[in-house]
Design a protein around this ligand. Structure first.
Ligand code: B12
Ligand code: SF4
Length: 425
């Protein structure tokens, strides 16, 4: 069976990202003897032409599309970015009768509404490595599809609950051949996305990761990770972005991974995302020795009461300690603040800004207002406070921002960032 895989993301906000999720799916399909072709629309000067040419040369029996982003998640520069995907699906229909199946992180937050909005034939919520090949075999053999985990059909909604992959040994890490790098970004210093764990149990009040990856942490084989990183390094890629939601969780795995990187002696530089709760100095030291150059420190507030509102399981002392250790071992840090959420006042905003200054990180990213995702505590609060309608499916972005603070907050943050060169707002 021939399967065309399309990465629909053309956004370069923050940095151009490679379609790692689709590459995992590609590797799983190839391992099960499907004939695949993967295209990345990020690379296309003319997406319509590329689709037409690829479909008429390859004649796919099924088309899988990865939907990463729904919107820019930014109250100041709001942007709904699903419409180009909708157009692309209509283009595919012009040239092929093959069923169109969508998946990906953005899609998984809105499995029903995004499927209806985009007009695809089927959607798979969550991981694609097991569910997608299973669905394709059912389609190929004209069998019922009702046992495919995470499957959604138009107007029918969920057909079967998604199942998180627990047997991670069965997942093939994508190698460079599964993750083509567009010519347009090949020459630049590219941070290859790399994943060693899935799922996050931390349950922050505003976060959608539970809908995408589930709450159970699943770990990949460290040996397989090292072999894959070595293969990338041999192919000339030496910069990696660990996309794991919380690189340091569980701590024992994070340390073992760093130990393995150090003994493998692969010369790579990497970045990751840290959850700053009770991080031990030995881990930070090993991260530095293993090639960690920069971490995203997403603490979001410098006030303990607001951290509790966000359901963060750390406090400002934990953040301060983590930040000091990172400095000691020469790892650059990007500090994040997310201001204007539940419980925020002018005083808590000023305290957060002072806290950020006191840490003096290498770079700062400030967000005002918080994107409201379905099935989160923030959505419940927003409904209670009358900010959103209980029936709002939230596909079109809505933000929580304390109304009485909004104008003042935006003005204050503009002023604050003007004086600081290392600050992105
Ligand atoms: C790491 C990350 C980043 C990094 C990326 C680094 C890099 N080099 O890749 C950085 C910090 C740069 C980043 C930036 C942004 N991000 Co981001 N990011 C993530 C994060 C945490 C992980 C994504 C990832 O790589 N996952 C690992 C891969 C393996 O998983 P996956 O893609 O989900 O794929 C699996 C399944 O989805 C499925 N699947 C995937 N494709 C397909 C296709 C088919 C057909 C099928 C069946 C299945 C399937 O199978 C795959 C394997 O199991 C997610 C949150 C999350 N937990 O998913 C947010 C997330 C994707 N980001 C998001 C956003 C909004 C952004 C930004 C727009 C933010 C901003 N304003 O800067 C930018 C956009 C960047 C861009 N140019 O596109 C949102 C998207 C939702 C939305 N509202 O649009 C998410 C979901 C976070 C959230 N808020 O909920 N991001
Ligand atoms: S730690 Fe990160 S991924 Fe996990 S719930 Fe909190 S914000 Fe989401």
């Amino acid at each position: 069976m021939k399967v065309l895989l399309i990465s629909a993301n053309t956004e370069t906000i923050n940095m151009p990202v490679l379609p790692l999720g689709l590459a995992f799916v590609n590797a799983a399909l190839i391992a099960q003897n499907f004939e695949t072709k993967m295209i990345n629309l990020m690379d296309a000067e003319n997406a319509e032409k590329l689709l037409k040419e690829t479909i008429s040369e390859f004649h796919p029996d099924a088309i899988g599309i990865s939907v990463r982003n729904i919107d820019t998640q930014d109250i100041k520069r709001p942007g709904f970015i699903l419409d180009p995907v909708k157009t692309m699906i209509s283009e595919c229909r012009k040239y092929s009768k093959a069923p169109i199946i969508i998946g990906g992180p953005g899609y998984s937050i809105y499995p029903e509404t995004a499927l209806d909005y985009l007009g695809a034939d089927m959607g798979i919520k969550g991981e694609g490595e097991v569910a997608f090949p299973k669905l394709l075999r059912r389609i190929e053999n004209q069998q019922p599809v009702s046992d495919v985990p995470g499957l959604y059909l138009p107007q029918k909604g969920m057909i079967k609950e998604r199942e998180c992959i627990r047997q991670t040994a069965e997942v093939h890490f994508p190698l460079p051949i599964h993750l083509p790098v567009p010519d347009t970004i090949q020459k630049k210093e590219l941070w290859i996305p790399f994943q060693t764990r899935r799922g996050c149990p931390m349950d922050c009040s505003y976060c959608s990761t539970g809908s995408i990856e589930g709450r159970l942490i699943r770990k990949f084989s460290i040996q397989q990770a090292i072999e894959t990183l070595a293969a990338y390094s041999a192919a000339g890629f030496n910069h990696f972005f660990f996309v794991d939601n919380t690189f340091n969780l569980p701590p024992s795995y994070a340390e073992a991974l760093c130990d393995a990187l150090i003994s493998a002696n692969i010369k790579i530089a990497w970045r990751c995302i840290l959850y700053p709760s009770k991080i031990k100095e030995t881990l930070v030291q090993k991260m530095a020795l293993a090639g960690c150059r920069e971490v995203a420190l997403g603490f979001e507030s410098g006030v303990d009461e607001i951290l509790k509102q966000f359901n963060k399981r750390f406090n400002t002392s934990d953040v301060r300690n983590t930040s000091a250790m990172l400095k000691k071992y020469g790892i650059a840090q990007l500090g994040f603040l997310m201001l204007g959420g539940p419980g925020e006042t002018r005083q808590t905003v000023m305290r957060s800004l002072d806290f950020m200054d006191s840490l003096n990180p290498d770079a700062i990213k400030i967000t005002t207002g918080i994107r409201i995702y379905p099935d989160t505590r923030l959505a419940d609060i927003a409904i209670k406070e009358g900010i959103i309608d209980p029936d709002d499916n939230l596909l079109m972005p809505k933000f929580y921002i304390r109304k009485e603070l909004e104008d003042w907050l935006i003005k204050t943050i503009h002023q604050w960032t003007e004086d600081r060169e290392n600050c992105i707002y």
